[in-house]
Design a protein around this ligand. Structure first.
Ligand SMILES: Nc1ncnc2c1ncn2[C@@H]1O[C@H](COP(=O)(O)OP(=O)(O)OP(=O)(O)O)[C@@H](O)[C@H]1O
Length: 342
């Protein structure tokens, strides 16, 4: 059964439509990233799931139980949802232990103490229960907020930009650590971020937002390799757009010659389009009579970025050949793959 089902959710602030009819399903134990630029409605959806923001249409349900729908509104505290914020929102006057147990009700003293030990162990803060938040590092404070959210065993965890205050050097380690904790407990989570790199590391699936709607939802690999529109392609990474003409259902012509598609193209013969080529999908070989010329380069250690002029276009290429110089003539080739043409 799906943990979270969002159907046709609309929401507005003072007459301004913010969410324009969103659909999203989250399976038990799955982590989904709501990804998109600032102001596109990610936090508004998170708040609507939490019951902190009204919806004007549609429905939100957890395990089949309706939380927000026509005539239904379950208050935030009864939704079985844990939340983790950017600023951790710990109570400064409470110890780590009291922070963690804050939302835990209806347990005996023995059960409370077991729950606390379990949580401290889970987030690797054993022995620090008596400290106050200001006596902890940022990463430790974030782990307390995770323990607090998980201590009352929520059905669903919501995380709003939880890593943006963490030092970039420890951020990805921390993300992997928290991801592991959620996976260990099979907790479903919705994670808001504007960073594709964070989404790639932390989430199982991505839901890419654009102006109050979800443009594409799926595995990161699917969105990266088979974006349904240019906005998705560009949000997820660098790309070149090569003008091509469709020559057959599996072949296009271009300034680089014929390029084969391993997937049938649903485009009219002789129609033109822009072929998406990620920099690593272009193979580069030095050739004295080559059709391209290196006009810019950036050495990055194990690889080099080259900008290669071919005809009227300049393409960005990533190569393990790191010693090629400006002005070098090269040949570019593309191996057969499922072509994405806009
Ligand atoms: N309390 C509010 N009153 C009026 N408008 C609001 C309010 N909160 C958000 N908005 C508007 O709703 C839109 C979506 O905001 P939201 O915070 O959901 O975006 P976001 O994608 O989470 O952005 P960010 O990444 O910057 O947090 C924005 O245009 C914002 O100005």
């Amino acid at each position: 059964m799906s943990t979270l089902t969002i159907q046709n959710v609309k929401s507005d602030y003072q007459g301004q439509v913010i969410l324009k009819g969103l659909n999203l399903t989250l399976e038990q134990g799955e982590i989904v990233a709501l990804l998109g630029p600032s102001g596109c409605g990610k936090t508004t959806l998170l708040r609507a799931i939490a019951g902190l923001q009204a919806i004007s249409e549609g429905s939100i349900a957890i395990n089949g139980q309706s939380l927000s729908a026509d005539g239904v509104f379950v208050p935030s505290e009864n939704r079985g949802i844990g939340m983790i914020f950017q600023d951790y929102a710990l109570f400064p006057h409470l110890t780590v232990s009291d922070n963690i147990l804050f939302g835990v009700k209806d347990l005996t003293a023995k059960e409370r103490s077991e729950r606390l030990e379990d949580m401290l162990q889970l987030v690797k803060l054993e022995g620090l229960g008596k400290r106050y938040p200001h006596e902890l590092s940022g990463g430790q404070q974030q782990r307390v907020s995770i323990a607090r959210a998980l201590a009352y065993q929520p059905e669903l965890l919501l995380l709003d930009e939880p890593f943006s205050n963490i030092d970039s050097q420890v951020r990805s380690e921390m993300m992997l650590e928290i991801r592991q904790i959620l996976k260990q407990r099979n907790v479903s989570a919705v994670f808001v971020t504007h960073s594709k790199d964070e989404a790639f590391v932390f989430a199982d699936k991505l839901a890419l937002f654009k102006e109050g709607g979800i443009v594409q939802h799926g595995l990161a690999e699917e969105l990266y390799a088979e974006p349904i529109e240019r906005y998705v392609a560009e949000f997820l990474g660098e790309g070149n757009y090569l003008t091509v003409t469709v020559k057959s259902p599996t072949q296009v012509s271009s300034v680089l010659g014929l390029i084969e598609s391993t997937k049938t193209l649903n485009l009219a013969l002789n129609s033109q389009g822009e072929l998406l080529l990620r920099p690593q999908q272009i193979d580069l070989q030095p050739a004295s009579q080559g059709h391209g010329e290196i006009v810019e380069r950036r050495f990055l250690g194990t690889i080099c970025h080259y900008w290669v002029k071919v005809g009227l276009q300049t393409l960005e290429v990533r190569s393990q050949l790191t010693a090629l110089k400006l002005g070098q003539k090269v040949n570019l080739s593309i191996s057969a793959h499922p072509l994405v043409i806009f």
